[in-house]
Design a protein around this ligand. Structure first.
Ligand code: OSB
Ligand code: MG
Length: 376
């Protein structure tokens, strides 16, 4: 499979409602889409980076820049998705940008071969149970309304975003109103080591887990916190590779792992994290980055692997967007179907894609010396 070139496309899509976390409020999702063109097929990848470097150091403009200057040119000679990460390894970081490119190459190859993402990754389910991530709201009554709507829609698990000043009381209110639902919280690094006693205040509420209470690089702090609270700790931001997952588990820094393919450099590394966690008896679930239908399709395939034992943040299209760029993913009985067509199994609808596109660039990939020697 020879790669002819890569298109980078930035889209902006209004969210159905503002999404507030401890690091900021998103009202429009700006996403970088990557389209890889080969002789046989095209493939798509979605970069998880947001508009500003607030979840991690990556952001859409930086991703477009590193792809243009370094990552796409390094594809010369790459024939297969497994060759992408080694070809990009000389460039530090930028995992979400790398993931988008590897995903697009993987998708192109799988479409050419008529194999679905789920088959390629080792999916064992045709549909996956879904949770929903609920942002910080202006008041507790407003939160109870939002949670009630999601439960009515059929979501099987609720995740509340928390931060200092918005933690114990919202959790208590949701427990009191909705009883014994699957409930968890996500702090996106908003707490510090000294907050252990305060966070122990969540213990009585029987949460499934608390996600990333401390800073990304604070594995030791998470291990200490794990000894002082009974709520299981789940890591998101800290788990940037399979080795980081192995380290966190060995240190006792987490009992659950959130796997986001973008954060770890792609679906192939995501699968390795799944394998490391499964070998250690650590349950995983699939996180989200407010993806369009393209990123969602791939996440659903990943979430169908056997170690994904908890519902993920793989919500239906209408939780995010009034109009998705792919045919919408619809919640049925609390589940989303895993696409079974070749590659991602979905493609952007051209007119809808055009409507939300704000910029685009075509980057030809130069044939390398091997190509000139006629190797295939
Ligand atoms: O920490 O899981 C997170 C969204 C953007 C950035 C970080 C996170 C999130 C979410 C929403 O929680 C997940 C989703 O529904 O896509
Ligand atoms: Mg998170």
């Amino acid at each position: 499979m020879k790669i002819t070139g890569v298109e980078l496309r930035t889209v902006e899509m209004p969210l159905v409602s503002p999404f507030r976390t401890s690091f900021g409020t998103e009202t429009v999702r700006q996403a970088l889409l990557v389209r890889v063109v080969t002789g046989e097929a095209e493939g798509w990848g979605e970069c998880g980076a947001g508009t500003a470097p607030q979840y991690s150091s990556e952001y859409t403009h930086a991703a477009a820049d590193v792809l243009t200057r370094f990552l796409v040119p390094a594809l010369a000679g790459v024939r297969h998705a497994h060759q992408v990460a080694p070809a990009l390894a000389t460039f530090k970081g930028h995992r979400m940008a790398k993931a988008a490119l590897e995903t697009a190459v993987l998708d192109a190859g799988l479409r050419a071969d008529g194999v679905s993402f789920g088959q390629a990754l080792g999916a064992v389910k045709e549909r996956v149970p879904c949770g929903v991530s609920v942002g910080i709201t202006e008041s507790i009554p407003a939160l109870l309304d939002v949670v009630g709507e999601y439960l009515d829609a059929g979501y099987l698990r609720i995740k509340l975003k928390i931060e200092p000043g918005w933690d114990i009381e919202p959790v208590r209110a949701v427990r009191e109103r909705f009883g014994d639902i699957l409930l968890q919280v996500d702090a996106n690094t908003a707490y510090r080591r000294g907050d252990a006693r305060h966070l122990a205040g969540l213990d009585p509420f029987g949460l499934l887990l608390i996600e990333q209470p401390l800073e990304e690089d604070d594995l030791i702090g998470h291990a200490e916190l794990a000894r002082r609270i009974t709520t299981p700790i789940c890591l998101d931001e800290s788990i940037v590779s399979a080795r980081a997952a192995a380290d966190a588990i060995a240190l006792g820094a987490c009992q659950v792992v959130n796997i986001k393919p973008g954060r770890v450099g792609g679906y192939l590394e995501a699968r390795r994290i799944h394998d490391v966690c499964a070998a250690n008896g650590v349950p995983v679930w699939c996180g989200g980055m407010l993806e369009t239908g393209l990123g969602r399709a791939a996440n659903l395939a990943l979430a169908a692997l056997p170690g994904f034992l908890l519902p993920g943040d793989t919500s239906a299209s209408d939780r995010y967007y009034r109009t998705d760029i792919t045919p919408p993913f619809r919640l049925e009985d609390g589940h989303l179907a895993v696409p079974d067509g070749p590659g991602l199994g979905v493609s952007p609808i051209p007119d809808l894609l055009e409507e939300v596109t704000v910029s685009g660039t075509w980057l030809p990939v130069q044939p390398d010396r091997q190509d000139n020697l006629g190797s295939s």
